[in-house]
Design a protein around this ligand. Structure first.
Ligand SMILES: Cc1cc2nc3c(=O)[nH]c(=O)nc-3n(C[C@H](O)[C@H](O)[C@H](O)COP(=O)(O)OP(=O)(O)OC[C@H]3O[C@@H](n4cnc5c(N)ncnc54)[C@H](O)[C@@H]3O)c2cc1C
Ligand code: SF4
Length: 857
């Protein structure tokens, strides 16, 4: 994770991703995994396990308002008609969400039209299903293990099941993104160490399994929540994505000549962000990064706001911008003082993850005449706040003061909102019952009416939304909640906001909706903005209406689908100066030509059979759990394995291609021409590259003396424009420098020649050589992992190298960890995958034997 700012000096990457929530992190991972250079800009801070605020002082400052010196994770919005809470931090909403991962119901992919008609969404459940699969595997979702000790002792879960049974409603234990076991498929246990996935963890801090503390909505200090930082973002970084926290995007515009420009600031967050800063804040410099593709994942508010603010720069942007805003039918109510035959019925809302059950109310679209619009009702929880209470009041048992304290914290959230002071109402509502064991919040959500609108007013985001047009849905949900209260012998209480015709939504959606054409939506069914190729919307803003159930899984699945399409486009354009891409489809999902395509035909490359070889080390080897056994990415990404740039032609021609990814890092000194000296000199500067090496026809690669392959990826020359795309690259494995047909037995060269353009627009060539010299086998590692490089002025072919001006020289190394990773990236496409890998391995080992093996004569 990079905290350092870079000069705007023309930094250019294949893709910039804005925001690290469900849309942004999925897209960043997919694009980085495919070999694109990716920079992810996230305004908020990282929160490793243990870093979430808990004390009153910390909670009081845990809000996002940089103008007030606040850089915390709760971003609270107050609009006409609704209030809303979203998150700022590495992982976006996943940091404070309640972990429920539900798929959108198959029949609910419609928008309601006046008069009772329906119009289909541009995407269907069938479009999303393969992407749902991929996201579930990656995040890791499991239902609450209610049938095991001690999880069976969760009264609120049993109460919801009892109530649903009594009311004849369907109640399920929905998939939760929580680790109950050390590894997927393992035996659940409280506070066990969680085994890291193959890609490591971005925080480098150990995680432990769920201890049922109910604090999911204020950040899991155990690391038991499978929030996006622990999976997609860790994997994205592992694949080379440059993830920058405290980087807030301020403006966007198309770039003359193609691509996009992104202005951002780097927040100077105090070392202790919870401390009150007396420092006068300085105006932050605006920096600019450019990219070929821009993926917006700043959330419903963030993305819509950025597009509204930057609108002038995007002439012709659809008038649908700002429309189809809704709160996904969110409704918060309370059950108070539950009883069972005149005794207190314990519900223990603070035991277990925040949500454990989901009661589904069918929709008339599910062929239930007269049912109305569908909805879900889930049990809520609240954290055990004991620590705060003790710290603040030193009266651990004084319940009344605890309640008062709690609601002070709650109303703190609405500070700065002049028209609403809810403390009194809320205190009255709660009385002495809120935290008793017999109370339970209920969360409703469903298919409300997406007729809200987001606009800019005086430069600020404003929303217009009303409960009126969704009244029937809300009444249905409230009626059912009352029914649940009756069954549980509890009092039912509306959220006091309800009486002001306001709702609190944690599921804001829409604002930059997808549509079949620009008259209907801002982006197409793959999230690409109409009229602005390469600009994508990956987050909740793209939803054209309510999801119904909790929306994050649908947002993530749509982002995965978007990434597949983006990579197919990039792959198709690769030869025409587009970015180099290695894996057009990491999910196996094939979007080309499906129902959501704007022209109905799809404009990606033709579909073809794709084969993942499983890699040299064996897919999923060493991992437990059913999904890993299936060869899926449930517990770690299966790198590539589904597609390949060279695959299309290779498959068509019957050849078998092979590719792998290599990353090397080191130093060069500008003005020096000898690599050894340049690698050690005082003024040396970092240099690295990440390449995907592809042999289009592996048999030919092994057979021909040049052993030449294509190299694609990026070169990162610090101080010279950051990451630069390799415009043309070649790699030669084990070349005999003598050129002798019989071969020089005791020496081989590995050669790299990479053409790129530096940040100042100068053509450059990285020319590198690994010297594999005859010697003891202990030389194998140093020889094959050390690359002597020269940076040359211009794009210089091998035969002209002697005449070229040397700009810099130095040495790069491959680190052992990177090498281990490299071994897992070997893939093939074509008819003879396994055989090809074996032949390649034999060739590789054979050449090494030639050089390092004993002299037999
Ligand atoms: C308390 C709570 C509980 C929830 N529970 C559930 C649940 O159980 N299941 C479920 O499915 N959903 C749940 N949700 C909703 C879920 O969190 C959101 O639907 C989801 O996070 C939306 O994903 P997104 O990608 O659209 O945006 P987000 O996840 O909100 O991500 C947007 C990211 O962009 C960043 N950003 C914004 N503007 C900028 C900028 N200008 N520059 C750089 N970065 C920027 C933000 O900091 C944020 O990290 C819950 C939400 C809350 C608040
Ligand atoms: S219940 Fe506690 S430990 Fe379990 S996921 Fe939620 S916050 Fe983490």
């Amino acid at each position: 994770m990079s905290e350092g700012t870079r000069n705007s000096g023309g930094e250019h990457v294949d893709a910039v991703v804005v925001g690290s929530g469900f849309g942004g992190s999925v897209a960043a991972y997919r694009l980085a995994e495919a070999g694109l250079s990716v920079v992810l800009l996230e305004r908020g801070q990282p929160y490793p396990p243990g870093a979430f605020p808990r004390s009153p002082a910390e909670m009081g400052r845990a809000f996002w308002d940089p103008d007030a010196g606040l850089y915390g994770m709760f971003d609270v919005w107050s609009f006409k008609g609704c209030d809303s809470v979203v998150s700022a931090g590495l992982g976006g909403g996943s940091l404070i969400y309640a972990n429920v991962l539900l798929r959108k119901d198959e029949n609910w992919f419609v928008n309601d039209l006046p008069g009772g008609a329906h119009e289909p969404w541009p995407i269907s459940r069938a479009d999303l299903d393969p992407h749902y699969d991929a996201v579930e595997r990656m995040i890791g979702a499991a239902p609450y293990p209610l049938d095991r000790v001690p999880y069976d002792n969760t009264p609120k879960t049993h109460a919801m099941q009892d109530a649903a049974a009594e009311l004849g409603l369907q109640c399920t234990l929905p998939p939760l993104a929580v680790s109950f076991a050390e590894r997927p498929g393992g035996e659940p246990g409280i506070s066990l160490p969680i085994v890291d996935a193959g890609y490591g963890n971005i925080h480098g801090v150990p995680r432990r399994t769920c201890q049922l503390c109910g604090e999911c909505d204020i950040g899991c200090n155990e690391g038991a929540k499978n929030s996006l930082d622990h999976n997609y973002l860790s994997a994205a970084e592992h694949h080379g994505a440059d993830i920058r926290t405290c980087h807030e995007v301020k403006a966007l515009r198309p770039r003359p000549g193609g691509g996009y420009e992104v202005d951002y600031v780097h927040h100077d967050v105090p070392r202790d962000p919870f401390a009150v800063s007396l420092k006068k804040r300085r105006r932050l410099p605006i920096r600019t990064i450019t990219c070929d593709r821009l993926v917006l994942g700043a959330g419903t508010y963030g993305t819509t706001y950025l597009l509204l603010k930057s609108r002038e720069a995007f002439p012709g942007l659809s008038d649908a911008l700002g429309t189809r805003f809704s709160g996904n039918g969110d409704l918060l109510t309370f059950l108070l003082r539950a009883t069972d035959r005149n005794r207190v019925r314990p519900l223990n809302a603070s035991r277990g993850p925040v949500i454990t059950t989901a009661i589904r109310l069918p929709d008339e679209l599910d062929d239930v005449p007269g049912a109305g619009r569908g909805a879900y009702i889930q049990d809520g929880g609240y954290p055990g706040f004991t620590d705060w209470i003790v710290e603040r009041y030193d009266v651990a048992n004084d319940f009344e003061r605890a309640v008062k304290f709690l609601w002070e914290r709650f109303t703190d959230m609405f500070r700065g909102r002049p028209d609403t002071n809810l403390s009194k109402e809320i205190s009255e509502l709660i009385g002495d019952g809120a935290l008793t064991v017999s109370s339970l919040p209920l969360l409703g959500m469903g298919r409300d009416t997406a007729d809200g609108r987001l606009r800019l007013r005086d430069g600020m985001l404003s929303a217009e939304w009303t409960t009126e047009t969704s009244r029937a849905l809300f009444d249905r949900v409230r009626r059912t909640m009352r029914g649940i209260a009756d069954v549980l012998g509890a009092d039912y209480a509306d959220n006091p906001m309800w009486f002001r015709k306001r709702i609190i939504t944690v599921h804001p959606l829409g604002g930059a909706p997808m549509g079949a054409h620009p008259g209907e939506g801002v982006c197409d069914a793959f999230g690409e903005v109409f009229g602005f190729p390469g600009l994508y919307i990956a987050d909740g803003a793209a939803m054209p209406g309510p999801v119904g159930p909790n929306p994050s899984l649908t947002i993530a699945a749509q982002a995965d689908r978007l990434a597949t399409r983006l990579l197919e486009h990039a792959s198709a354009q690769g030869g025409a100066g587009g970015p180099a891409v290695t894996a057009p489809s990491a999910t196996g999902a094939e979007p080309g030509g499906d129902s959501g395509s704007p022209d109905g035909a799809g404009d990606g490359p033709p579909r073809e059979a794709r084969h993942g070889s499983g890699g040299m080390t064996g897919t999923g080897s060493g991992r437990a759990g059913g999904a890993a056994r299936n060869g899926s990415a449930a517990y770690g990404p299966v790198s590539g394995g589904h597609g390949v740039t060279g695959g299309s032609s290779a498959v068509a021609s019957g050849r078998t291609s092979l590719w792998f990814t290599e990353e090397m890092k080191g130093f060069v000194t500008y003005g020096e021409s000898d690599p050894r000296t340049g690698g050690r000199a005082d003024g040396r500067r970092p240099l690295s590259f990440r390449l995907t090496i592809t042999a289009e026809d592996t048999d030919r690669f092994v057979r021909e003396p040049g052993h030449r392959a294509r190299a694609e990826g990026w070169v990162d020359a610090s101080g010279h424009g950051g990451r630069r795309r390799v415009e043309h690259g070649t790699f030669n494995l084990f070349v005999d420098p003598s050129g002798d047909a019989d071969g020089e037995v005791d020496r081989r060269l590995m050669r790299y020649r990479l053409f790129y353009t530096d940040g100042e627009g100068r053509a450059r060539t990285l020319s590198g050589t690994k010297n594999v010299l005859h010697g003891p086998p202990t030389r194998i590692w140093p020889d094959t992992s050390t690359l002597y490089v020269r940076l040359l002025d211009g794009h210089v072919d091998e035969e002209d190298e002697g005449r070229a001006e040397v700009v810099a020289a130095g040495v790069l190394h491959i680190r052992l960890t990177d090498f281990a990773r490299q071994l897992t990236t070997f893939r093939t496409a074509g008819p003879d995958g396994a055989e090809t890998l074996l032949n390649f391995g034999r060739f590789f080992a054979g050449e090494l034997w030639e050089v390092y093996g004993p002299d037999l004569v």
